[in-house]
Design a protein around this ligand. Structure first.
Ligand SMILES: Cc1cc2nc3c(=O)[nH]c(=O)nc-3n(C[C@H](O)[C@H](O)[C@H](O)COP(=O)(O)OP(=O)(O)OC[C@H]3O[C@@H](n4cnc5c(N)ncnc54)[C@H](O)[C@@H]3O)c2cc1C
Length: 255
């Protein structure tokens, strides 16, 4: 196998990772390649000159040919194992619907790869964060205040301005805030929203927290290094519990 060809490298990597045991290629159609996980083969659906390729792709243009079901919005229908209605045909990423994000596609790919390799893994495609790389950055995971109220949650909210965060001020960038949305009855964190410097980096604490069913007291009891931007989320947690000493705003109940 020629390792200079990126497509062939993909195939080689799959073998090296033990995700497929054997790569079997055959010509079926044009311009697409499929992974056959059950027989641990890669089936090549492409023209003869690409027969050695190992890229795993579904070409939507021949959906009728293989009978893949699409939903009413035009996305490939998959189950929680990323399997389509056609046995041994899987799909991940943008083709299976929103959110159209690289990290969601990657996680779905990992989930599928483990499934194919029969490696036990508890990968759930939930609590997908998004980040907007504007100035200031915007990042969010979980329920917003509005969506939590729509879902009839009784919530408490904590919001802390970066204008009162030491690290933001030493960087001369005190724009934005960190905000937590918390279930008032269980104190579980429902959502984390950050606008400000490095929001895309800071959101991961919220993602981890939501994944493990974190309570707001878990943030409160975790020491955040000083001076860092991470303290804004810590302080937002304190605001939601009416325990903040650094915030201008002490109101926690949502209106
Ligand atoms: C301008 C732009 C900016 C973005 N910024 C972000 C961002 O900041 N963060 C983020 O999370 N997401 C971002 N996204 C979205 C992100 O790129 C996609 O959600 C992600 O790439 C989806 O992964 P995928 O594997 O489903 O599809 P893709 O990454 O599009 O991969 C599909 C691959 O299949 C190949 N292909 C298609 N048809 C065939 C065929 N018939 N035969 C062989 N190969 C084929 C394509 O060439 C491509 O390489 C951005 C998207 C765009 C367009």
């Amino acid at each position: 196998m020629n390792q200079d060809d990126p497509k062939k490298c993909t195939a080689l990597k799959l073998v090296r990772l033990g995700l497929v045991k054997k790569i079997s290629l055959r010509q079926v159609s044009k311009n697409a390649l499929l992974l056959n996980p059950m027989s641990t083969e890669i089936i090549c659906k492409t023209d003869a000159k690409h027969l050695n390729s190992g890229l795993v792709v579904i070409d939507c243009s021949w959906k009728e040919e293989i009978g893949i079901k699409f939903n009413s919005n035009g996305f490939i229908q998959v189950d929680d194992k990323m399997q389509t209605n056609v046995s041994n045909v899987f799909a991940i990423g943008d083709v299976v619907g929103p959110p159209w994000l690289a990290h969601k596609a990657y996680m779905q790919g990992r989930k599928l790869a483990y499934h194919i390799a029969k490696i036990p893994a508890n990968i759930q495609i939930k609590n997908i964060p998004y980040a907007v790389y504007t100035e200031p950055e915007i990042a969010s995971v979980g329920l917003t205040e509005e969506s939590a109220l729509e879902q009839k949650y009784d919530i408490r909210v904590g919001k802390f301005q970066f204008a009162a965060n030491a690290r933001a001020l030493t960087s001369d960038d005190g724009k934005g805030f960190a905000k937590v949305v918390v279930d008032n009855s269980t104190h579980k964190v429902l959502g984390v929203h950050i606008v400000g410097k490095n929001a895309s980096e800071l959101i991961s604490e919220g993602v981890l927290g939501l994944n493990i069913g974190m309570k707001i007291e878990d943030i409160e009891s975790s020491i955040h290094p000083h001076p860092t931007l991470t303290e804004a989320l810590f302080e937002a947690a304190l605001v939601s519990l009416d325990k903040s000493v650094h915030s201008f705003i002490k109101k926690s109940k949502s209106e």
